[in-house]
Design a protein around this ligand. Structure first.
Ligand code: ATP
Ligand code: MG
Length: 357
């Protein structure tokens, strides 16, 4: 029996609704497979916890989470809590202390989904973003000089270590090698960021010499933003720094047709620590409590969790089931033009999983 201990962090708002569906789907996978077991433990951390206790999660949270095989995250955020509190109080400590240096986001336009790019006749969109997740522009290095005076200066320093840059680029080459197109695009801004990004470009060239079979190219981030809208079908695997990856992946999720469809994984490839899987959307207070959040992003995150643990057969099955569910156009939430509730989509996925054998 392959036993996986999963920490479930539903968080806030619709994170709670979609995580319930993700857990349901994992249970269905275990029922179908028979050889897999998931042990879930739920932790009520997030902004509601913060409003009561003054911190997003307890002091020993990281020690507790470290004993799990993976973390399933919903979303954290609340209009009454500053975004940097939610980020620095929970998400960044987890990503950084568990060395989840890879943020993976697959972007695929599925048949039947209306992409905002549909008028361009763009169809064949299937790419994966590999975002550096622990350093770069989000290292938290900086400060304020002469605070409150007319001579005030705010500094935010990007930190790009050779170790950190090499390992993310190598990981990206490895991802590209497993895909049919074997094409890797590195995104920087070397003309303006003349230290960090020039360094990144150098390391990209160096690491690339170990991957002669990969078609590797480079774009400036401004041009890349435009190309993702005009020619998204040109790209396969895209690697970028923390900040650029953050921005470009939001373009990616917009192309997919709904933010509710996107999934992402924060991965420690060494398996020393748990990796964390989440939908890309936030807590979405505007639709909280309405039962209409699309759970397919969270369910896509479950697919990535299965892949991470080498459960490839079940991961592939789940991907097929998600695609069938969408193309059937019957049980869809309002963001995709349907009238289904969150749990009806989850139930439909479960039915399809169990019917597959
Ligand atoms: P946060 O502060 O936690 O990031 P947010 O207000 O930025 O929350 P997002 O989750 O980024 O909210 O959502 C942006 C928009 O997309 C919202 O209008 C929301 O209703 C919609 N949305 C987000 N997730 C989903 C989903 N799973 N299903 C349907 N609509 C969604
Ligand atoms: Mg947001």
């Amino acid at each position: 029996m392959r036993n996986y201990k999963i920490a479930s962090l539903p968080g806030d708002g619709i994170g709670i609704d979609v995580t319930a569906e993700a857990v349901k789907v994992l249970d269905a996978v275990a029922r179908l497979d028979g050889g897999i077991r998931f042990e879930f433990q739920e932790f009520p951390w997030g902004t509601q916890y913060y409003l009561k206790h003054g911190e997003m999660m307890p002091k020993d949270a990281l020690a507790i989470l470290a004993s799990f095989d993976s973390i399933l995250l919903g979303a954290v955020g609340d209009p009454s809590v500053a975004d940097h509190v939610t980020l620095w109080g929970m998400l960044l400590p987890i990503r950084q202390s568990f060395q989840e240096y890879v943020n993976l986001r697959p972007i695929k336009l599925l048949p039947g989904i209306e992409s905002p790019l549909k008028n361009k006749g763009v169809k064949d969109i299937d790419m994966v973003f590999v975002r550096e997740n622990t350093e770069g522009e989000y290292s938290g290095v900086g400060g304020r000089v002469n605070p409150g005076t007319s001579a005030e200066v705010a500094l935010q320093t990007g930190v790009f270590t050779r170790h950190g840059t090499e390992r993310i680029l190598r990981f990206a080459f490895e991802v590209a090698q497993k895909r049919p197109k074997k094409h890797l695009t590195s995104v920087t801004k070397s003309n303006a960021c003349n230290y960090s990004m020039v360094f990144w470009d150098e390391v990209f060239k160096e690491v690339g010499t170990d991957y002669a079979d990969i078609h590797a190219d480079q774009y400036l981030v401004d041009a890349m933003a435009a190309f993702l809208v005009t020619h998204p079908e040109r790209f396969d695997v895209i690697v970028a720094s923390n900040l650029f990856g953050d921005i470009l992946t939001d373009i990616g999720s917009a192309i997919m047709g709904s933010i509710g469809l996107g999934a992402s994984a924060n991965i420690d490839p060494s398996f020393k620590y748990p990796s964390m899987f989440e939908p890309i959307h936030g807590s979405a207070p505007d639709i909280q409590g309405m039962g209409i959040a699309n759970p397919l992003g969270a369910i896509g995150a479950v697919k990535m969790l299965l892949e991470h643990h080498g459960e490839n057969e079940m991961a592939e099955l789940l991907q097929q089931v998600i695609e069938q569910q969408i193309t059937a156009q019957k049980v869809l939430t309002p963001d995709l033009g349907g009238t289904a509730k969150t749990w009806e989509v989850g139930d439909d996925i479960v039915t399809r999983i169990l019917a597959s054998r």
